[in-house]
Ligand binder design. Structure first.
Ligand SMILES: *Cc1c(COP(=O)(O)O)cnc(C)c1O
Length: 393
């Protein structure tokens, strides 16, 4: 299978459609086939065709996705996994050892924090949650000789805090620390951490990369052959790979990523402006609002501000919970990044596992994953759902 990449100078939308996806040489199929095969015929012992031996080690559909992801993140190598957490776990086991210390976001994705706190902690890897918007606090948390990794997530989930990737990667560089960025919320269309100095990018491709809420997947992209060797070895040795059908779904999603992110951003901007004016909302959190403390950094490092909007309901927790059940176009559910709009109550849903820890979120917080529907329908839906919150006690 030919996996020619378009020139790195080609535009993002062009690479999203063509990188790793040259027409199939056998048939001319313009879409990479789903290679539903576990093994490959060899031309004599060890005579592998294009290096394919066994599908845990490599599968052509997965290769197409991995090359596309590498191109979109401006990296040299991409790796596709069965989930975002599988990707993260592989990075941690590939790059960290017992005794290592990590500096991590104090408002990381709940499952990421649980991976540090409940899984890797058992193997002697410790993590200190820090407010990444406070550079001095990050520096203070670094333990010389012990801290080996700085883990960033920006924008964060669900509080949409913005970490300055370039500044933090530079700080990590001074200390010889590897910088990993969870780029799930921005997607490679809005933000490219490797170009800002990060070493490793991870994604839950379940979210914007896949974009249609029909697949669970993860990715790692690096810009350096030595890191790539470590990740490749662990991807194969641990085995949490993306299957060919899942890889194909993510690849199909990536083709429209640029269009989708523009529309997600258009809709989210309109909704953030609407919520910011609404009397039932005490605070609207969106990096695109000039009132957001990370707005200037976000403008520097992101193309636009994405589709996630969080807000606090003035009437409190119960009103926030009830609001989530009243929307009709926004579906009440976890996850994010799909074409359909979702609403959720982080305190009781996605972030229930971090209650009582440093990552606890406000009880009156509501999180929106703004989809790509007609914006007027979304605004009307929120308007009717918010209409009565003032009277809810
Ligand atoms: C969903 C998510 C993950 C975990 O990914 P899965 O695909 O669910 O394993 C990690 N980080 C962020 C920011 C996420 O939103």
């Amino acid at each position: 299978m030919t996996t020619d990449r378009p020139a790195d100078s080609a535009g993002f939308a062009t690479r999203a459609i063509h990188a790793g996806q040259a027409p199939d040489p056998t048939t001319g199929a313009v879409v990479p086939p789903i290679y539903a095969t576990s093994t490959y015929a060899q031309d004599g012992v060890g005579g592998l065709r294009n290096g394919y031996e066994y599908s845990r080690s490599g599968n052509p559909t997965r290769t197409a996705l991995e090359e596309c992801l590498a191109s979109l993140e401006g990296g040299s190598h991409g790796f596709a996994f069965a989930s975002g957490l599988a990707a993260e776990d592989t990075v941690l086991r590939a790059l960290c050892r017992s005794g290592d210390h990590l500096v991590v976001p104090h408002d990381a994705y709940g499952g990421t924090f649980r991976l540090f706190d409940r899984v890797h902690a058992q193997w002697g890897i410790t993590a200190t949650p820090v407010d990444l918007t406070d550079l001095a606090a990050v520096e203070a948390a670094i333990q010389p000789g012990k801290t080996t990794m700085l883990w960033l997530e920006t924008p964060t989930n669900p509080l949409l805090a913005i970490a300055d990737i370039a500044a933090l990667a530079e700080l990590a560089g001074w200390h010889g620390i590897t910088t990993v960025v969870d780029n799930t919320f921005a997607s490679p269309y809005l933000q490219q951490p490797l170009a800002l100095g990060a070493d490793v990018v991870v994604h839950s491709t379940t979210k914007y990369c896949g974009g249609h809420s029909d697949v669970v997947g993860g990715a790692v992209v690096v810009g350096d052959a030595e890191l790539a060797d470590k990740v490749r070895f662990h991807q194969n040795a641990m085995g949490a790979v993306a299957g060919p059908f899942d890889a194909w779904l993510v690849l199909r999603g990536l083709k429209t990523l640029a269009l989708r992110m523009e529309r997600h951003s258009d809709n989210a901007e309109a909704i953030a402006r609407f919520l910011a004016e609404h009397p039932s909302v005490s605070e609207t959190i969106y990096p695109g609002l000039t009132s957001h403390s990370g707005h200037d950094v976000a403008r520097r490092q992101m193309r636009r501000f994405g589709g996630m909007v969080s807000f606090r309901v003035a009437a409190g927790e119960q009103a926030a919970v009830e609001l989530c059940a009243r929307t009709k176009v926004f579906t009440l559910g976890e996850s994010l990044g799909g074409v359909e709009s979702l609403i959720e109550h982080p305190g009781r849903m996605t972030h229930a596992s971090v209650a009582g820890t440093a990552l606890e979120v406000p009880a009156d917080l509501v999180r929106l994953s703004v989809g790509i529907e007609e914006v007027n329908d979304l605004l009307e839906d929120l308007d009717q759902a918010l209409g009565t919150t003032g009277s809810v006690r």
